[in-house]
Every structure is written in C-alpha cells, then in structure tokens.
Design a protein around this ligand. Structure first.
Ligand SMILES: [Zn+2]
Length: 96
C-alpha cells in the first residue's frame, strides 16, 4: 500500500515542468548569450497590490564567466502569472 502511494507521488514529481519559460539574453559588453529556464512556481515573487490583489515579479541577476558585466532582468506578471512587462539593464533580450 505504501509502496504504491510512493510510486504515485514519484511519478507526479517527475513530470516535466510546464509552468515556466525560457529567457534569452545577450551581454551588451561581450555578446555572450544566455539561455535560462525560469520556473514560474519557484522563481516568481509575490507583490501585494494596494487593492489586495496579488501580482508577481522576477528579479534576476545574470553574469557570465569571462566578463564583469552584470545584467539585471526585471519582469512583471499579472495575477495569472502572465508576463506584462520586462526590462533589462546592461544587456538585451534575444527574440527567438
Ligand atoms: Zn559579458
């Protein structure tokens, strides 16, 4: 009985993460490109609006190995974790 339960939970945990997206950015100094996976369930932070609703945001610092440039990514999401706006400093978004 317990073994059966454990295997059920195991298969649930190993399913591919669907709640996320890829973030492609390029360093404005050396041109290095980064291909990052953002997991919306883990990496988004809650933002409590004055009207009581909850929106989400992401702040990410990205830096490469051979370069001192640090890129700062700011993204805003609505209550359904849908992207509303994005900004980047010291780099640029790569449109696929
Ligand atoms: Zn760089």
């Amino acid at each position: 009985m317990f073994k059966k339960l454990a295997s059920l939970f195991g298969s649930k945990a190993s399913k591919p993460a669907s709640d996320g997206f890829f973030l492609d950015v390029r360093c404005s100094q050396c041109g290095e490109q980064f291909h990052l996976y953002i997991n919306k369930s883990w990496e988004l932070m809650q933002n409590f609006e004055p009207d009581g609703s909850v929106t989400y945001f992401l702040k990410k610092e990205i830096f490469g190995v051979g370069c001192k440039n640090r890129m700062q990514v700011h993204m805003k999401f609505d209550a359904h974790k849908k992207l509303v706006s994005k900004q980047i400093e010291n780099g640029e978004f790569v449109e696929s």
